[in-house]
Ligand binder design. Structure first.
Ligand code: PMP
Length: 386
């Protein structure tokens, strides 16, 4: 039966299933795959955090908290931001993951017909949520100008794309899926362009821990009209806990809070208590070091046909699909299926972009899996570039 026939809203009918779904289907047919398609840290959460969560549940912190979350945890998040970025946002709200923060901020800021500027390539959720709000999506290009160069923006293009209909200019640095990071100059230019037309910058900062070459830079350092969305899923290895936060000007955050009251209600209470108790004691830098080493291994060993732009952050690389001697690129489906035949899972770039020229590889994997994955990919590079 067609979706129209069962009475689904047009809002929901406009949402296509994730481009990564096919990968999950393939994965189900594979035994012990070398899974380089995963978007979550491969490590277990720090032991103190688990202990703190169990303790919180035993001590009875299983009821609702206030909508915005425990005031002490809000303060802790704001203190941490101030320490890292040298500026304290006006206010904070604990959310159900960054996903919750995205939903609340898009619903609070976007009217039908408003424009949102997203990076291309982009994390898939952004486009679907923007569509759900009836906003019109425009993309700014971040692909490298030349093979192997960094993922970067063209500030003239951004200036050209913002209009008086632009409501949100979206930043995701370090990026899922590219692992690219914007420079301070690029972020400053985006903030200026947004300010010029009275738009907000919404900044997905979920990978802020994972910066390998430079310190983390946030739009917060250049503008007050920013909603920062941060999270614990990746850094603390707890994506199933559904914990995140939003910060920003209190007049906007009040709207997010009201929506949260009538939707998510609050972020999970025992996990709020666990983070409050354990965060100050946990040093996450060894995790970042592990991932820096994995990044270095990948950059050193991946076949040159992939023209890899060195990932600067997050735990993704976005290599180009190999081309043969006439410069003809292998079709992404053929390439992905060839990898699956060798038990390796990766995600086609078209899941994150209108372009079908790259693929996403997650290096959030054990060293052994990563090394095997690289050698399979190197074999495929030989096959498809000759
Ligand atoms: N933003 C980006 C860029 C992500 O990669 C993810 C998770 N894959 C999310 C947001 C959602 O994270 P959370 O678990 O905090 O909802």
């Amino acid at each position: 039966m067609a979706a129209e026939d069962i009475g689904l809203s047009s809002r929901v009918r406009g949402i296509e299933p994730s481009g990564i779904r096919r990968i999950f289907e393939l994965m189900a047919t594979m035994k012990d795959p070398i899974n380089l398609s995963i978007g979550q840290a491969h490590y277990d959460p720090p032991e103190q955090l688990i202990e703190a969560a169990c303790k919180a549940m035993r001590e009875g912190f299983n009821r609702y908290t206030v909508t915005q979350g425990l005031p002490e945890l809000n303060d802790l998040v704001l203190d941490d931001i101030e320490k890292r970025l040298g500026k304290r946002p006006e206010t904070c709200l604990l959310t159900s993951g960054v996903s919750g923060g995205l939903m609340l901020s898009f619903l609070s800021l976007l009217d039908p017909g408003d424009e949102i500027l997203l990076p291309d390539p982009y994390f898939v959720m952004y486009r679907h949520l923007a569509n759900l709000c009836g906003a019109s999506v425009k993309y700014y290009n971040t692909y490298p100008k030349k093979d192997g160069e960094r993922f970067a923006i063209d500030t003239d293009e951004i200036d050209h794309l913002v209009t008086d209909k632009t409501k949100i200019v979206f930043v995701n640095s370090p990026s899922n899926p590219t692992g690219g990071m914007l420079t301070r100059k690029e972020i400053e230019a985006i903030c200026k362009a947004a300010e010029r037309v009275g738009a907000y910058v919404v900044s997905d900062e979920i990978y802020d821990l994972f910066c390998y070459d430079d310190d983390y830079t946030s739009p917060l350092q250049f503008t007050d009209r920013v909603i920062q969305l941060g999270g614990f899923s990746k850094s603390y290895g707890v994506p199933g806990w559904r914990m995140g936060y939003a910060t920003g000007p209190s007049n906007v955050l009040d709207a997010l809070k009201t929506l949260q009251q009538f939707s998510f209600v609050c972020a999970p209470a025992p996990f709020q208590h666990a983070l409050l108790a354990a965060m100050p004691e946990i040093d996450l830098s060894p995790y970042r070091e592990q991932y820096r080493q994995k990044r270095d291994l990948l950059v050193r060993d991946l076949h040159p046909s992939y023209a890899l732009s060195k990932p600067e952050g997050a735990f993704y690389a976005f290599p180009r699909l190999p081309r043969d001697q006439n410069g003809v690129q292998v079709a992404s489906d053929v390439f992905i299926e060839a990898a699956v035949e060798k038990n390796v899972l990766i995600v086609p770039g078209k899941a994150f972009s209108a372009h079908d020229t790259h693929f996403r590889l997650s290096f959030a994997a054990s060293d052994e899996h990563l090394a095997t994955g690289i050698s399979v990919l190197n074999e495929l590079a030989e096959r498809f570039s000759n």
